[in-house]
Design a protein around this ligand. Sequence first.
Ligand code: SF4
Ligand code: SF4
Length: 106
Amino acid sequence: MQGHRICQREKNKMMCLRCGQCCKKLLAVVVIDPDLGIVESNLETVGITGEPCRHLRGNEPGDYSCAVHEYPWYKETPCYRFTQIEKSNSYCRTGLFTLGRHVPVD
Ligand code: SF4
Ligand code: SF4
């Protein structure tokens, strides 16, 4: 199943709880300048230096958002294709853990 980070809920998608952890800690390739989009010279990795992604907005777990989520190229990124193993809509396990919620997962 596919899902994506810092997202609105969509049918058959992993449901992001906006905890921000994957945008701080998970290795991913992201664009630098949103207006240039996906070209090799405009890419960088997040999750190596310990610094949050430059596009992460918000101040507390549960309320983070992504500043580039609405760009047309976003669906081609690893962030959009972030996955987990559940077979139907379910909350992100990392988000549940981070927020201390104990909702059963599929
Ligand atoms: S581009 Fe958006 S979803 Fe991807 S790591 Fe950065 S803030 Fe998170
Ligand atoms: S770890 Fe999960 S809940 Fe937290 S921001 Fe990433 S996708 Fe959303």
